[in-house]
Design a protein around this ligand. Sequence first.
Ligand SMILES: Cc1cc2nc3c(=O)[nH]c(=O)nc-3n(C[C@H](O)[C@H](O)[C@H](O)COP(=O)(O)O)c2cc1C
Ligand code: SF4
Ligand code: SF4
Length: 448
Amino acid sequence: MADLTTTFLGIRSPNPFWLASAPPTDKEYNVCRAFEAGWGGVVWKTLGEGDPVVNVNGPRYGAIHGPDRRLLGLNNIELITDRALDINLEEIARVKQRFPDRAMIVSLMVPCEEKSWQSILKVVEETGADGVELNFGCPHGMSERGMGSAVGQVPEYIEMVARWCKQHSRLPVIVKLTPNITDIRYPARAAKRGGADAVSLINTISSIVSIDLDNFAPTPTIDGKGSHGGYCGPAVKPIALNMVAEIARDAETRGLPMSGIGGITTWRDAAEFIALGCGTVQVCTAAMTYGFKIVKEMASGLSDWMDEKGYAVIEDFRGRAAPNVTDWQYLNLNYVTKARIDQDLCIQCGRCHIACEDTSHQAITSMVDGKRHFEVIDAECVGCNLCVNVCPVEDCITMEQIAGWDPRTEKPIPAEYSNWTVHGNNPMRRETLQFAPEPMVRQAEPAE
Ligand SMILES: Cc1cc2nc3c(=O)[nH]c(=O)nc-3n(C[C@H](O)[C@H](O)[C@H](O)COP(=O)(O)O)c2cc1C
Ligand code: SF4
Ligand code: SF4
């Protein structure tokens, strides 16, 4: 059976599944039950300084559901912990003592002043915690007070605070990045320059999830008004994966340890983040939707898949997908595919025909010889795969690579790789073929 043990920044955990800083990690009662259920680690709900913050006393969540009522996206207007600092610290110390083999990371958010960071780091260190995560991410409430994403959006502040933390603590420092920024590479580079040991991403995305059309206010609505919140859950996974990939392949941050967060709901989601180079993954919405025991399925699913693929340890596949992320200009223009419809699986709903007819390339029949029949016309198909994505039957439509001759262009298909950098239509074309930049080297763990 595959070994799921992870060592991230020298912190060992029995599996890569950590709970992200959020309500599931808000108190001893929750975290103990999470560890009993099998979570490898937690990032404790963000601690602040001074009197605790005050949350709204009305609804704090909004959601997007699929047609089957499955939760696809969750929006929240919750702040950092609203419990006293000393109680949180006592609980953290007790939990760490009771579960010494689990990763205990403490999330922190205090004003951008060296003294504030220095003093909170000292008391956190005394709990026996394994590391700290700097919350530069919350897009609501705390950002208006000059913290959270207000820091995460200014690379100079990230660098400055990361440097203070490294100066004032022996604990590993993880910088949690906000996705509410144009180019994630800049804050990640700043974290690295400041000496951070790792980055974690993503925190929530600034959002208004819906407008109540009876009282004309955003949801969740507090006494007739609403404010933007932070969006998370399955809907944000593609954004998170892209940001992780950007950091993995950037020359300045390549090799920087990462903890992947954003919409992770299944073992497969987790494996995808790890394949892009993440050393651990963090989960919030899935635990809030399905409960702590979801980790059992995640761990057994990942382990079964690793056995099937012959991966004995996580390191055997970590980072393997990163070299295959490239820029559009390096994609092979001589790779030609056509859609193929499995007539035995087809239920003749006609969705592929409508999609292709109205918005693609009129390449799927609806009637043949006076009978309802859906078939691809190779001479029109551009291989876009829209039909695959709208078909309600899994694997009913697949894409097939063709070689030799393309009946659509009526031209031969060259066997060799070629890309846009040398294409005749490219006004900036080069004389010789440009290949993708050197692939990413696999991430190495820092020496313990
Ligand atoms: C209700 C709620 C509260 C959260 N509070 C925090 C927090 O205190 N600190 C923090 O760093 N992230 C917080 N987050 C963000 C999560 O840690 C995580 O980054 C985000 O939800 C994306 O992961 P997910 O898609 O698995 O939920 C919160 C998220 C939710 C839903
Ligand atoms: S791949 Fe695109 S062009 Fe071809 S049949 Fe499907 S939708 Fe039409
Ligand atoms: S969408 Fe799928 S099931 Fe429906 S007609 Fe097309 S191939 Fe058949």
